[in-house]
Design a binder for this molecule. Structure first.
Ligand SMILES: Nc1ncnc2c1ncn2[C@@H]1O[C@H](COP(=O)(O)OP(=O)(O)OP(=O)(O)O)[C@@H](O)[C@H]1O
Ligand SMILES: O=C(O)C1=C[C@@H](O)[C@@H](O)[C@H](O)C1
Ligand SMILES: [Mg+2]
Length: 311
C-alpha cells in the first residue's frame, strides 16, 4: 500500500517538518539578533551544521536541538512545528505560567464561554453531582450504583452513554477510531450529560484523566472522588469479574497495571476526595463513600436550591 503524500510518516511530510523547523530556528535567531556564527559559538554546534538545520536539511538529534534552544533562550517546544497553533499561543502560555490560581480560574471561564456569567455563577451552575474516578476494578460501578440508590440520584455510566450515543461498544470504538477517537466521543458524551439538568452519580472510564479538558470538566462539574486500591486488588477484582485476559501473561500484566496506576496517580489525586477501598468489603466501602459525600451533597445541593434531593 503506498503512503499518501500528506500522511504523518510520508517523506513529503518529513521534509516539510524539517523545513519548518529550520525556518523557526532562523526566525528565532533573527529575533534574538544573533548571527549564525554567534549561535554556533553559544550552542557549541558548527556553523555549517546550523546552516543545514536552517535550510531544512539537517535531521537534528533531540540533544543538539536542545542546545540550540538553550542558546536561543527559547523553550524547545517553540522550535517544533505544531500545526494550527493559535498565533497568540506563546503569549497565552507565558501568561498562564505566571498566573495565580484565581486568574487561571477566570481564564478558563472566559475560554470555555462562561466569562460573562462570572466565576461564581459558573461554579454555582456547574454542580452536577458526584463523579467516581479510578482504575479498572476500583469499584466505580459497584459503589456508584449503591450510592445513587441511597441518595435517589440517577446513576450514569459514562462508557455506556458513549456506547449508546455511537451505537458501538467501547472495544469497537477503540478498534475503529483509536484512543483519540474514543476520547473525542467521551468528551462529546460528557458535554451532553452536562446539558441534563439532573443530579447524578457518574461512574467514569479509568482513562478519563488522560484527556485534560474532559478531566477538568469532571473536576469542575462534580464532587469527584478517587476510588483507590492496591494494584493487586485492581487485578484480583478484574479477574474476579471473569476477565481472564491478564492471566495470559501474569507478570507482564501486573507490571503494566502498576505503570498505568503510577502514571495516573498524580491526576487521580486531583479529585476532591480519596476513598481507599483497600482491604474493605463492598459494604464497608459503600458505607464510607456515603458518609464521605453526605455533608458535601447537603451543602452543595442546598446551595443550588435542591435541598429535597440531598441526603
Ligand atoms: N472494597 C471494594 N470496593 C469496591 N469493589 C470491591 C471491593 N471489594 C471487592 N470489590 C469487587 O470489585 C469489583 C469492582 O468492579 P467495578 O466494575 O465496580 O469496578 P469499576 O471501577 O467500575 O471498573 P471498570 O473501570 O472496569 O468499569 C466488583 O466485582 C466488586 O464486587
Ligand atoms: O483505563 C483505561 O484506559 C480505559 C478504561 C475503560 O473504561 C475505557 O474508558 C477505555 O477502554 C480506557
Ligand atoms: Mg465500571
Amino acid at each position: 500500500m503506498s503512503a499518501l503524500p500528506d500522511t504523518p510518516d510520508s517523506p513529503d511530510s518529513d521534509a516539510s517538518f524539517l523545513l519548518e523547523l529550520g525556518q523557526r530556528v532562523r526566525t528565532l535567531r533573527g529575533l534574538r539578533g544573533m548571527s549564525r556564527k554567534v549561535l554556533a559559538k553559544v550552542s557549541g554546534i558548527s556553523e555549517r551544521y546550523i546552516a543545514q538545520l536552517e535550510s531544512g536539511k539537517g535531521n537534528v538529534s533531540i540533544m543538539l536541538l536542545r542546545r540550540v534552544s538553550d542558546a536561543l533562550a527559547t523553550p524547545l517546544e517553540d522550535l517544533l512545528p505544531s500545526g494550527d497553533q493559535a498565533i497568540d499561543w506563546p503569549v497565552i502560555r507565558d501568561l498562564v505560567r505566571r498566573a495565580t490560581p484565581v486568574q487561571i480560574a477566570h481564564a478558563k471561564d472566559v475560554l470555555s464561554g462562561m466569562g460573562r456569567l462570572g466565576a461564581g455563577a459558573r461554579r454555582a451552575n456547574a454542580f452536577h453531582g458526584v463523579a467516581l474516578i479510578g482504575l479498572r476494578g476500583a469499584g466505580k460501578s459497584t459503589l456508584g450504583r449503591i450510592l445513587a440508590d441511597k441518595i435517589g440520584w440517577a446513576f450514569v455510566e459514562l462508557n455506556k452513554e458513549i456506547e449508546q450515543q455511537n451505537g458501538l461498544s467501547v472495544a469497537e470504538i477503540i478498534a475503529l477510531y483509536g484512543q483519540e477517537g474514543f476520547r473525542r466521543m467521551e468528551q462529546a458524551a460528557l458535554t451532553q450529560l452536562l446539558a441534563r439538568k439532573e443530579l447524578m452519580v457518574l461512574a467514569t472510564g479509568g482513562g478519563i484523566v488522560s484527556e485534560a479538558i474532559t478531566f477538568d470538566q469532571i473536576l469542575s462539574s462534580f464532587y469527584t472522588i478517587w476510588l483507590k486500591a492496591e494494584p493487586e486488588e485492581h487485578m484480583a477484582r478484574v479477574r474476579g469479574q471473569g476477565d481472564l485476559r491478564p492471566m495470559a501473561d501474569d507478570r507482564a500484566a501486573m507490571q503494566e497495571l502498576r505503570t498505568i496506576l503510577q502514571s495516573r496517580e498524580p491526576l487521580y489525586a486531583r479529585a476532591s476526595g480519596v476513598l481507599d477501598t483497600a482491604h474493605l468489603t463492598v459494604d464497608e466501602a459503600a458505607a464510607k463513600l456515603i458518609a464521605m459525600v453526605s455533608p458535601v451533597l447537603c451543602r452543595d445541593a442546598c446551595a443550588f436550591g435542591l435541598k429535597d434531593e440531598a441526603v
